[in-house]
Design a protein around this ligand. Structure first.
Ligand code: HEM
Length: 396
């Protein structure tokens, strides 16, 4: 006879403003309640422990993305068939169409450009002494390199941040943020469709490769439209979140900044630790395709699960001192902030390059970050600051 554990439940809204502002105590309670917890407000199971999150992400057949990864049906219908919301052969094919543009090796020429832009930006900001770490630093670098890399035309770039934020907001449970976001996602999709119709992408870009694949008959026009947004939509807020959180954390923990300054070789590990400690994307959903269980908790076919990377990254069952920010943490590389398995982040080499270039440039001249009052930007999925005034101290 098999025994199954009772299903624990949680009735707080983990997408309410207060919960988004202070999510970690909710995550801790969810982890303590059990391996899978029924979220009464959202009609889905939360998976919040490291080992379970990893196991769910590794089993894409049972915990499937092809019916969407959002917690509401309008958003799921809108993204069906895109890279994030496909599986099996289709998913592998969609990834393969652009994969060659995003490997660390093919991004090598990009590295010089990103380093140069990061160095220039940091020089200007350090000379100013005081700046906003979000608008002037964290947003400035991705906006100056990513749209060109994707091949987005100059027209319409002023909407990119709003659209990218709406994309992540739209994946939440039905709430005001979703209602506001969905029409904006529609605007982004219409703009993407227009780009595909007119072929108006920058030559040599990722977008140009996608159009070439369509011309060779490798992808349909509809898939081309989706691919055009698949890489743009997650490429901005995520990196902005990581860079903004890095400055916020190094301002609070100057001893950690001293470690990085004294050994810039620590920068890649510091980026992993930032992504572990303040995971830019809290979670994505999956649809359960057959009756199953998560560590003994029964989960019926047809259920939605919320796979919480941010909670896994603070799980005391996995991490030693999970609530301590420690750039020397040996296992920081095992953080799940970029996901895991077949849907693991396709753009992480670029995101790492941008974040590492900025921190390396800052480590050369900044000895201290003095923080002003931070302002959170609330989003259903993205953990980010909207403003962070900072004054920097330099050695000279
Ligand atoms: C710090 C920055 C970033 C973080 C934390 C991040 C995080 C993630 C996560 C957690 C997933 C997993 C989705 C899932 O499990 O369903 C993902 C997927 C993805 N990311 Fe990122 N991302 C970042 C930057 C980027 C950038 C810069 C790009 C594009 C240039 C990008 C493109 C993608 C794409 C296309 C997918 C879908 C992969 C698939 O479904 O096969 N990401 N990302």
């Amino acid at each position: 006879m098999t025994t199954t554990a009772p299903v624990p439940t949680y009735d707080e809204d983990i997408y309410a403003d207060e919960a988004l502002l202070e999510p970690y105590e909710h995550y801790r309670r969810l982890r303590d309640l059990g391996p899978a917890v029924w979220l009464q407000r959202h009609g889905a199971y939360a998976v919040t422990r490291y080992a379970d999150v990893k196991a769910v992400l590794a089993d894409g057949e049972t915990f499937n993305s092809a019916n969407g990864i959002a917690l509401n049906e309008p958003a799921n219908s809108a993204i069906l068939g895109c890279t994030l919301a496909s599986d099996g052969e289709l998913h592998a094919h969609l990834r393969q169409v652009v994969a060659h543009r995003l490997t660390a090796r093919s991004l090598r020429p990009m590295k010089d450009l990103v380093t140069e832009k990061a160095d220039e930006l940091v020089e200007i900001l350090v000379a100013r002494g005081s700046f906003d770490a979000i608008t002037d630093l964290a947003r400035a670098l991705p906006l100056s390199v990513v749209p060109d890399f994707i091949g987005w035309p100059q027209e319409g770039r002023e909407h990119l941040l709003r659209w990218a934020g709406a994309n992540f907001d739209s994946f939440g449970p039905v709430n005001e943020r979703v209602e506001k976001a969905l029409p904006q996602c529609g605007e982004m999709a219409a703009f993407g469709a227009e780009i595909v119709r007119t072929g108006n992408v920058l030559p040599g870009s990722l977008g140009a490769s996608v159009l070439e694949a369509r011309d060779r008959g490798e992808v349909t026009t509809e898939q081309t439209m989706m691919l055009m947004l698949d890489y743009l939509a997650p490429s901005l807020d995520t990196t902005i979140s990581a860079v903004g959180s890095a400055i916020w954390l190094f301002g609070q923990y100057p001893d950690q900044w001293d470690l990085v300054r004294n050994d810039p070789g620590l920068v890649p590990n510091a980026v992993n630790e930032v992504v572990r400690f303040e995971s830019p994307i809290s979670s994505f959903g999956r649809l359960v395709t057959r009756d199953t269980e998560i560590d003994g908790v029964p989960i019926p076919a047809g259920s939605r699960v919320v796979v919480n990377y941010a909670s896994a990254n603070r799980d005391e069952r996995k991490w030693d001192r999970p609530d301590e920010f420690d750039v020397t943490r040996r296992d920081a590389v095992h953080q799940l902030g970029f996901g895991f398995g077949e849907h693991g982040c396709a753009g992480q080499a670029l995101a790492r390059m941008e974040s590492e270039s900025l921190l390396t440039a800052l480590a050369r001249s900044v000895t201290r970050f003095h923080l002003g009052e931070p302002e959170r930007a609330l989003n259903n999925l993205i953990r980010s600051l909207g403003a962070l005034p900072v004054t920097v101290e330099t050695a000279g």
